[in-house]
Design a protein around this ligand. Sequence first.
Ligand code: FES
Length: 143
Amino acid sequence: MERKTFLKTCGFACLSGSIMTALLESCSGNKMIIGTIDNSDMVIPVSSFLFHKDGFRKYVVVQHEKLKYPICVYRFNETSYTALLMRCTHQGAELQVFGDRLQCPAHGSEFNNKGVVQNGPADTNLRTFPIALHNDQLYISLK
Ligand code: FES
């Protein structure tokens, strides 16, 4: 293969990879946001879950400089949410979210969207936080 043809082929391959990555990310519907702290609550707008025109994300991942681990907030319906600390209860690794489950990259523990252990070695459910809904804002109690 000629050098020019090779470079052209590689260029198209890289471009295709970038486009596919962007498409997959947009289809996944996940979102990372920075929450705001209000006294002992982490506050996020309900609008964080809006996706496209009238769809909703299953979850958002909330971060803040004062949190050692992010919090994954699942939306079940307009009044029902769960906030889960993304810290594995086995040995403390940060979890990764895949749709309705959280997985630990360290030893493979898995939790559902309510924080309940589905697969070990972890044998304790995730820490959850009470959530209150006021004026289109979610108040996640960090107490
Ligand atoms: S730290 Fe998560 S399974 Fe071990």
